[in-house]
Every structure is written in structure tokens, then in C-alpha cells.
Design a protein around this ligand. Structure first.
Ligand code: PLP
Length: 442
């Protein structure tokens, strides 16, 4: 019996022993094409020699130095690299070990900022339904995934949740993009006013919603209106790019494509591409200056923040993405993947919607296309999909509860940026075979 407390205590996991480009290999020699990068992590695949060498060199020189005593060259260089490419106004980086820590950091920075500038009444966070921001208590409270929150509800801080920008289900028939986005921005403003404009500290949103909705980009113009509402009421905008950032959706920062900037941006996943655990929170000069000119001390910290080896991995990953021109590749491959998915599955009676941006794609499954009726949750179609796909040698990220935490199923795809066309064909082929098998056996 394993002494590991695995995610599921009823499931037996194959043992992964090696990586080979976009494939993972188990102890029995079975190869799995990683079409979800784990959970949108492995953007360079599983055997990138340049990154591996950078990690080796860093460990050989300096593995770790606690950030209360030292800074390190590699952490400074990584921060310079990110800030040089970040949306306007973002001027500092706080390095952590993953996405949840990045979100916790953003929430604490927002709160401390308002304390520093003499607005201690600002304490409320507003986020969106059907979002995911992490599993630590602050991040879980921010997230709007009913299923993940349910049993921990008594431990969570109060967060308001407004509607997501989820056109497939929330844009009314005949409603223009303009009307839809204005309606959503008004909903946010109404909630700010209900809570008291001087009581709200931040609005949190994923530019392209990942795990909970399945690669849903916002309707054009939505984020500009949201930014205006936040600015009107002095509310900070936190963009959670843990999944959709770092090139995943075709630009280094997803916010770039919305034509806005944020006060805080969280990143992780593709930052270190799985070669080391690392995340980060980018913050505006305004927030940094308020702390610098106030208490002079951000009251936060973990043992492994700014870990030198993790920073070395991330720096090597980000240089590789840039020097190999992989952002262009993400856009080309993303368009091609979308076209192939639409060609193969677009008319499938149980595919309701195929969406996404760059190499971040979602397929929403439905029992009936016309009425968009989801499958019965008891069928656990998403879980069966994942199992069957793995049997066919494909890793993808299906989730249930797309509509409301209970009903709905989608499949999230977030493959490495290093694929060629034959890999795209393999993904589409195996997805199609999986879907037919799962629907037939329900
Ligand atoms: N934020 C978003 C948008 C995510 O997708 C995730 C993880 O999937 C997180 C935060 C939490 O990141 P982590 O699992 O690294 O803590």
C-alpha cells in the first residue's frame, strides 16, 4: 500500500518515469501525449535540455538563499525580464512557489496598499462565479467554483461573485456584445455600490477562464469596461493569469490582448513550465511606492519565495519561449487546433461549443445541442472522459460543473508550445474516439 495521500484514495495511478517532448512515459512503457500540459503547465514539454541544464547549473552554484538575508542575481534577472515585458504600470515582482500563493499575495498586497494609503475600510473582494483562483483559503474564497468551495465554506472570507463573461450561456439570444458587456460591467458596479464603494478593495478575474469554464475568453470590450468601473471607484483590478498567462493564449501576458493593464497580475504554471515550482505576483509602481513610503515592509513571506533554482528554471523557460519564437507558434498552432477541432467535432451531436485562444482550448459537451442541455451530473461524463482518453494515450483536463459547479462538462486543452501538426492530429483523433466511446457507454 502506498503511504502517499494521493488526490483520490480510490484510484490507482500509473507511475510516470520519464518525459519525451510532449509525451510522458509510465513504468510499463506506455506513452501519453500531454494535451493539457498537466494543468496548463508544461509549455516546453517534458525534456527541454536547455532548461534542465540551467537548473543543473544553478543548483551547482547556489541552490537557495533565504530572501530575508539575500537577493540573488537570478531572481533579479528574472524580475527584470518580466517587468520589461509586462503591461504598463507593473513595476515589481514578488516570487512565490505556485498559483495559489500568487493569488494570496495579490490579495494581501491589495489590503496592505489600502491600509498604507489611509483607506483601511477597504476590505471586500469581488470575483466571478465559475472561476478558479487556487485552493489555499484566501484563493479558494475568491474562486467562484461552488463544488470546490462547498465543504470549506465556513472557513472562507466573504467574497461577492458576479457573472462571468461566458457568452455561450450568459449572452442572451439577440443581445449584442456591446449590450452584454455593459450589462456585466453594470452588475459589477451595482455590487460595488451595494457593498459601499469605499469598502471594496479589489475585483479578481481570469482574462481567459481556465479550469472551471474551459478556456473561455471574454467578449471584446468587456475588460475595458470592467477597468473603467474599477477606476471610477478606486477598486484595484487583479488579473489572475496563472493559467492563461506566460504565452498560453498567444501573448506573454493575457491582459495585452484586452488592451488594458492591471494593478496586480498573478502568474505561475507556464512561468516555470513544471521544471521547478514557481509563481509570481506583479504589482504596480503605485502599490509598491505606497508600501515603500509607508511602513516600508510588505507583511508577508514564505520560506521558499524567490527560490534561486526555481528562478533559474523560469528564466531559462521564458528565454526559450522568446528566443525560439514560440508565441508566434502558439498562435499558429492554436488556430490550427481550433480548425481541426471544429472540422472533426463541430457538428458532433454532443459538442455544444469549441472555444479558446492560442493553445488554450475548451470543448463543452451537451446532451442536446439545440437546447444546450447538459448531461446529467450523475453520469460523471468528465471523469469517464479523462479515464478513457488516458487509456488511449492522451492526457486532457476534463471538468464537471461547467454551468454552476454541478451541471455541465467540458474538456480543457493546453498542450506544449513545441508540437507539430502530427501531434495536433493525434490529439483530435484521440479526443474524437474518446468522445464516441464515452457517449456510447453512458
Ligand atoms: N489561479 C488559476 C487561474 C488557476 O488556474 C490555478 C490552478 O489551476 C490557480 C490559481 C492555483 O494555482 P496552483 O495550483 O499552482 O496553486
Amino acid at each position: 500500500m502506498s503511504h502517499v495521500l494521493h488526490r483520490s484514495l480510490t484510484h490507482t495511478y500509473p507511475t510516470a518515469v520519464a518525459g519525451d517532448g510532449p509525451y510522458l512515459i509510465d513504468r510499463d512503457g506506455r506513452r501519453y501525449l500531454d494535451a493539457s500540459g498537466g494543468a496548463a503547465v508544461s509549455c516546453l514539454g517534458h525534456s527541454d535540455q536547455e532548461v534542465i541544464e540551467a537548473v543543473r547549473q544553478q543548483i551547482g552554484t547556489l541552490a537557495y538563499a533565504h530572501t530575508s538575508f539575500f537577493t540573488t542575481e537570478v531572481m533579479e534577472e528574472l524580475a527584470d525580464f518580466l517587468i520589461a515585458r509586462a503591461p504598463a504600470g507593473l513595476e515589481s515582482v514578488y516570487f512565490v512557489s505556485g498559483g495559489s500563493e500568487a493569488v494570496e499575495t495579490a490579495l494581501k498586497l491589495a489590503r496592505q496598499y489600502f491600509v498604507e494609503i489611509g483607506q483601511p475600510g477597504r476590505k471586500h473582494v469581488i470575483a466571478r462565479r465559475q472561476s478558479y483562483h487556487g485552493n489555499t483559503l484566501g484563493a479558494l474564497a475568491a474562486g467562484g467554483n461552488a463544488w470546490r468551495r462547498q465543504q470549506f465554506q465556513p472557513l472562507l472570507i466573504d467574497v461577492s461573485h458576479v457573472s462571468p463573461c461566458y457568452a455561450y450561456r450568459e449572452q442572451q439570444a439577440g443581445e449584442s456584445d456591446e449590450h452584454f458587456t455593459t450589462r456585466l460591467a453594470q452588475e459589477l458596479e451595482t455590487e460595488i455600490l451595494r457593498l459601499g464603494a469605499d469598502q471594496v478593495m479589489a475585483f479578481v478575474a481570469e482574462p481567459v477562464v481556465g479550469a472551471t469554464l474551459g478556456a473561455v475568453p471574454a467578449v471584446p470590450g468587456y475588460f475595458r469596461k470592467i477597468r473603467e468601473v474599477c477606476d471610477r471607484h478606486g477598486v484595484l483590478l487583479i488579473l489572475d493569469e496563472v493559467m492563461c498567462g506566460m504565452g498560453r493564449t498567444g501573448s506573454l501576458f493575457a491582459a495585452e490582448q484586452e488592451g488594458i493593464t492591471a494593478d496586480l497580475i498573478t502568474i505561475a504554471k507556464g512561468l516555470g513550465a513544471g521544471y521547478q515550482p514557481i509563481g509570481a505576483t506583479l504589482l504596480s509602481g503605485r502599490i509598491r511606492d505606497a508600501i515603500a513610503q509607508g511602513s516600508g515592509f510588505f507583511q508577508h513571506g514564505h520560506t521558499y519565495i524567490g527560490h534561486a533554482t526555481a528562478c533559474a528554471a523560469a528564466l531559462a523557460v521564458q528565454k526559450a519561449v522568446e528566443q525560439r519564437g514560440l508565441l508566434d507558434r502558439v498562435n499558429q498552432l492554436g488556430d490550427s487546433l481550433q480548425a481541426k477541432l471544429v472540422e472533426r467535432l463541430g457538428q458532433h451531436p454532443h459538442v455544444g461549443n469549441i472555444r479558446g485562444r492560442g493553445l488554450f482550448r475548451g470543448i463543452e459537451l451537451v446532451a442536446d445541442r439545440e437546447s444546450k442541455t447538459p448531461f446529467a451530473p450523475e453520469l460523471k461524463l468528465h471523469a469517464r472522459f479523462k479515464k478513457r482518453a488516458m487509456e488511449l494515450g492522451l492526457l486532457c483536463y476534463p471538468m464537471g460543473g461547467t454551468l454552476d459547479g454541478q451541471r455541465g462538462d467540458h474538456i480543457l486543452l493546453a498542450p506544449p508550445f513545441i508540437l507539430d501538426d502530427s501531434h495536433l492530429d493525434e490529439i483530435v483523433e484521440k479526443l474524437s474516439d474518446t468522445l464516441d466511446a464515452v457517449v456510447a457507454s453512458r
